[in-house]
Design a protein around this ligand. Structure first.
Ligand code: 9MR
Length: 366
């Protein structure tokens, strides 16, 4: 008879037998975490958060179970890191990095440079001062996390044609001081500071086939080409994929765009995936079903492109979606709370979760 040594745990054979029993359980009882379904095809699955994942134990458990990539929602934005000119507040970013490490997740920084929402203390500064602040910011922030980052959104949302700037660029302190050159300058500097992170150019709207989406897609490819032609270390493209079923959508146009990026040898991150339910019927079960249907309709063909390497949801539970933030919710034309994500307010799986897992399983291996 086999007698285990006193104080020792189960032996290796017992553990393996236990694992075998687990994997033989019906899928219904033990659905694969989204990260594992994604990983089975060489895809990375992750999700963003701010303080919520640190403060809400149920949300922490959901992230720990389903995701293997923690993405900073607000923590790394200039206006959050730099409430005053002389202050760098790293508390939230450090807490998220510690959470990621504790749960065996990679860590992705969003975003070093964005022309949106500059803090008031930047106003009225000369171009020379803005350039100095820009360089110092990159040095300090990218330097602090060098070696810990899976990837950085070095520049976020370069285009906003309605600002009327030449080239369709988004205006703001960095563009106004340096013109388009701020983008190259940011990538070049970060490449020297953090030699291991994947350096990403992240953009919104490209999935839409409205005037904005078409204009941004048309401007992204020449920008990518200019950066690559000049030898800039641009490692990947982030496409946010905040899907808006109420707007014109043309999957073939988006797939052609993915092909163009892939032809340049660049991997693609679906970097902020969620599905706006504003145009759907009020009843939540119907809405959830339509959100899932859109998820399947989008992810099926998109994940067929092997250049797509990662998919990240913008938060994981409806409870914390940005669509419910007062300034966004106020603009919505409906009297219901948005449900754009794979898990509901109580962290329970929604139909979108199954649609995503199914799309991961159906994707070709990377
Ligand atoms: O989710 C973010 C929200 O909490 C912030 O108030 C807002 C402004 O910083 O940014 C939201 O995230 C945006 C992301 O940074 C860039 N792409 C669009 C996202 C949703 O607005």
């Amino acid at each position: 008879m086999h007698v285990p040594r006193k104080g020792s745990g189960p032996d290796r054979r017992q553990v393996l037998a236990g694992l075998g029993a687990l994997s033989a359980m019906p899928a219904r009882a033990q659905p694969l975490p989204l990260w594992a379904a994604a990983a089975s095809r060489g895809l990375v699955f992750g999700a963003s958060s701010s303080w919520e994942v640190i403060r809400d134990p149920d949300y922490a458990a959901l992230h720990a179970r389903e995701s293997r990539l923690m993405v900073t929602d607000k923590a790394m934005k200039f206006d959050f890191l730099r409430p005053r000119a002389d202050v760098y507040d790293f508390a939230e970013a450090d807490a998220l990095l510690a959470f990621a490490r504790e749960h065996g997740m990679a860590f992705r920084g969003h975003t070093l440079i964005w022309n949106y929402a500059p803090p008031p203390w930047l106003a009225g500064k000369s171009s020379a001062e803005i350039e100095r602040i820009f360089d110092d910011h990159l040095e300090t922030v990218a330097g602090r996390y060098a070696g810990a980052m899976e990837s950085w959104d070095v520049v976020n949302e370069p285009f906003w044609p309605d600002h009327g700037a030449p080239g369709g660029f988004r205006r703001g302190p960095w563009f106004d001081a340096m013109g388009e050159g701020y983008i190259e300058r940011a990538f070049r500097r970060v490449a020297t500071i953090d030699r291991s992170a994947t350096l990403v150019l992240n953009e919104a709207f490209c999935e839409q086939n409205d005037r904005l989406g078409i204009a941004v897609r048309a401007r992204m490819l020449p920008l990518i080409d200019r950066l690559l032609d000049r030898g800039v270390k641009l490692d990947a493209i982030g496409l946010q994929a905040h899907l808006k079923p109420g707007l014109p959508f043309e999957i073939d146009a988006f797939l052609r765009f993915l092909d163009e990026i892939a032809a340049r040898g660049l991997p693609i991150y679906l970097s902020e995936f969620d599905i706006d339910d504003e145009s759907f019927p009020r009843e939540s079960a119907k809405r959830d079903a339509l959100v899932a249907e859109w998820g399947a309709r989008f992810l099926g063909p998109v994940l067929a492109n092997r250049a797509v390497r990662a998919i990240i949801t913008w938060h994981l539970s409806d409870k914390y979606t940005w669509y419910r933030e007062p300034q966004v919710a106020r603009r919505r034309q409906r009297d219901f709370a948005a449900r754009p994500l794979p898990f509901d307010d109580r962290m329970a799986a929604k139909p979108l979760r199954s649609a995503m897992a199914e799309a991961f399983r159906a994707a070709p291996a990377r």
